[in-house]
Design a protein around this ligand. Structure first.
Ligand SMILES: *Cc1c(COP(=O)(O)O)cnc(C)c1O
Length: 360
């Protein structure tokens, strides 16, 4: 009897991979897209023209610069990476999470992160056969210092991820607590600063101080999500090892050329970030003014909120009004009843506010 494909798959694909769910991306066709922390702003026409003109010179018949030196130089300046600190680029910071986990991971090794936090930490850890330990956040979504310190001692994770600010909660952890956690961690700490432009708080200047710290950034949340470019900054000894598991041409020629161009025009992105921060304040105030809506504090370009309504029904009502947001509800979990909305352009936010008010 021949083995069916399903049987072969079940026999050959590792059980931990079969147990995973693929990362789900909702279709946004025809909707105002406020579900994925993207910037709502595109570039001025002259900038688009300059970019397209520049792309003419990209030789797609050649492999890209494997070290992506020009982009790394720009990143060093733009992200104020301290002297003596190296930079490694990833196809989004998602790939950097995978690179670090591949370098430190393997059976018997543990990855730890607060819970809830960014889902890719767990997905990557599990796909590599590592144990994942999520340490519950305190009720206010701050770090629960005692239980985190205890968990670090008991489980001795090779890798601890801290999103600063955190996604999906949006808050910035207390800096002194983060410092004590880094000092106590027996393994490497990856501080994920995906929302740095909106929080303006960073551990980049502390890289010299903590020998077990690396800092991760991305350009996704400032208007370059389509580019796929993540940045890992750390001591050359750490990055030299990560470099060995990075695939040689992970940053395409188009990405390198576009990133170099974009970072030379960083003032445009800074201005967009300013506009989004202004809108964030207005959106928060308008949401808080609605009966039964509670917004959690945010240092990002999104707002986590809770209502007394059935979250699935409310998400669907908002969708029917033309706006896509994210339902984070899990029964009995810390995010029970919670939804997340990214800050869009003023008219998009108004459409969302109308849809929310109509659905309550
Ligand atoms: C969005 C996000 C990322 C992923 O960023 P990419 O560079 O687009 O892969 C990483 N960490 C956190 C906390 C995020 O919210």
């Amino acid at each position: 009897m021949t083995e069916s494909i399903a049987e072969r798959v079940a026999r050959l694909v590792r059980p931990e991979v079969r147990a995973l769910n693929a990362y789900h991306v909702a279709s946004a066709a025809g909707l105002i897209k406020l579900d994925a922390m993207e910037s709502p702003y595109t570039w001025p026409t002259e900038m688009v023209d300059g970019w397209l003109e520049m792309l003419r010179g990209v030789e797609l018949n050649r492999y890209p610069d494997a070290a992506a030196n020009a982009v790394r130089e720009r990143v060093h300046t733009y992200m104020k990476v301290p002297k003596g600190v190296e930079v490694l680029l990833g196809n989004g910071s998602d790939e950097l999470i995978q690179i670090v986990a591949m370098a430190l991971g393997g059976p018997g090794r543990t990855v730890m992160a607060p819970a809830p936090s960014f889902v890719m930490y767990e997905i990557v850890a599990r796909s590599l056969g590592m144990e994942f330990v999520g340490v519950p956040l305190a009720a206010d979504f701050g770090l629960d210092e005692d239980s985190l310190l205890q968990a670090l001692e008991r489980r001795a994770p090779a890798l601890l991820f801290l999103a600063y600010p955190n996604n999906p909660t949006g808050n910035l952890f207390d800096r002194a607590v983060v410092e004590r956690v880094i000092a106590a961690a027996p393994g490497l700490v990856v501080l994920d600063e995906a929302y740095f432009p909106y929080a303006q708080r960073s551990f980049m200047p502390e890289l010299e101080r903590f020998p077990n710290l690396v800092v991760m950034r991305t350009v996704s949340k400032i208007g370059l999500a389509g580019l796929r470019l993540g940045v890992l900054a750390g001591h050359p000894d750490w990055l030299g090892e990560f470099e060995k598991v990075r695939l040689p041409y992970n940053i395409s020629a188009l990405t390198q050329a576009s990133a170099e161009f974009a970072l030379a025009h960083y003032a445009v992105f800074d201005e967009h970030v300013q506009r989004i921060c202004t809108e964030r304040r207005r959106l928060e105030q308008r949401m808080q003014a609605l009966d039964g809506v509670h917004c959690f504090p945010t240092a990002t370009n999104f707002i986590l909120f809770r209502t007394g309504q059935d979250p699935a029904r409310l998400t669907q009502a908002i969708r029917e009004a033309g706006v896509l947001i994210k339902n984070l509800h899990q029964p009995n979990g810390p995010l029970a009843g919670c939804l997340r909305v990214s800050v869009g352009q003023p008219t998009e936010n108004d459409a969302f506010l109308d849809a929310l008010a109509g659905g309550l």
